[in-house]
Design a protein around this ligand. Sequence first.
Ligand code: ZN
Length: 466
Amino acid sequence: MKNKTIALTLAAMLAAGVAAPTAVIAQPIESGYQEALNQFDQKAIRKIDVDRIYNHIATLSEAPRVAGTDVENRAVDYLRDEFKSYGYDVEVQPFTYVGYTEPTRIELDVPGHEGELNPGNFTYGISGDVTAGLVDAGIGSPADFEGIDAEGKIAVVQRGEFSFAEKIVNAADAGAAGVVIYNNGPGALNGTLGGHDDRFVPAVSLSQEQGQSLLQHMNGNPGAEARILVEGAETGEHTSHNVIATKHPTNKKKDTGEVIVIGSHMDSVPGAPGANDNASGTAVTLELARAMKNLPSDTEIRFASFGAEELGLIGSHHYVSELSDTEKDRIIANFNLDMVGSRDAGDLIVASVDGEPNLVTELTQKASAKLNGEPTTRGRSGSSDHVPFHQAGIPAALFIHSPLEPWYHTPQDTLDKISKEKLLDVAEIVAAAVYDRARFDNQNPKDKKRKETTVPKEAFFEQSIR
Ligand SMILES: [Zn+2]
């Protein structure tokens, strides 16, 4: 998932939706788990080895895989080599974007100040090391700076009325060498400057409480100084990659010309090892590629891993934008696996962008009903790599557990929070759903019987969450 706010809103929406009395009309499958599976479902899922999935996550989550960094590049190499070892032809698709690298170090030292100061960064803030006297610059308006001497100083500014970027530029215009912006309400201050500006000087944020404490210190200590240190922040052109392995139909004569894309993003946010977000989806994609390699199929299956999702779905947007109209028409479904293994998250949902059922949700609910006795709950969500596919008119859906785990986008998103049970459940459902469509038509002599074990469609549609 790319955006905390959206994701949490989603979680809240889903929590409300799931609690609705009309939520689940499950149709128990009387014949039981094994009997409910026909031989072809079993073919698709019996090779799945959850320990392999888990071990991929262990390898991938050793360090944060931030887009455009060496660690993400290592993930690209790992995925390429794994796909190749299964016998696939692999395409590594590079793409560039202008991106911001978060600082590796950010400090605010105020000698003599008592109490903690926990400076935050502004996205697009610049690196720098400034030691200077502190000056109170109100809300950072041009008028505020007219009345004070900010030349060479660190301006302390309250949030409000102007954008953060404007405050920093106003301070720089007045000759300030650095800026501290403190919140005007409770809580930490996380903000963006909207983009790079050559006029910026190093700036950090503080909570309201810490900002007021700093002002108090300044009032009691005329000439008080501070040091702002920001290291590693950078705005510039970066390169990331998508990795795509293709399983061609096993019999050219029976090729339907249709393509199913199973995808997931490999990158993570800074500071988060991203075991669940999204080494989990990446690892399941890898294992599905291995397990499904030799299945007889009349449909092309692409196993895709996208880069730079956390920066705005950049890799998947690039992938879709490079497809010709003919190629777009051939793709009939996108299964997007993003955060599919946290032991501390809620139940699995399959979420389309518009909340409406589509081929992906239908195949998924059919498969999960057979495997688990009840269909996976449907939901609605954007903010992941199924969005560009949806925008191109391709049926697409996100697989995610909801509500999200508390470790989402934190350094605690680590291997020890991963549930093998959840990983296996998702892998089996997706394998069975994809293979339901990708296997040869009329291949299964028991096709009729298989349809009878399907939960009636109407039951699923109660689930729509808005
Ligand atoms: Zn994600």
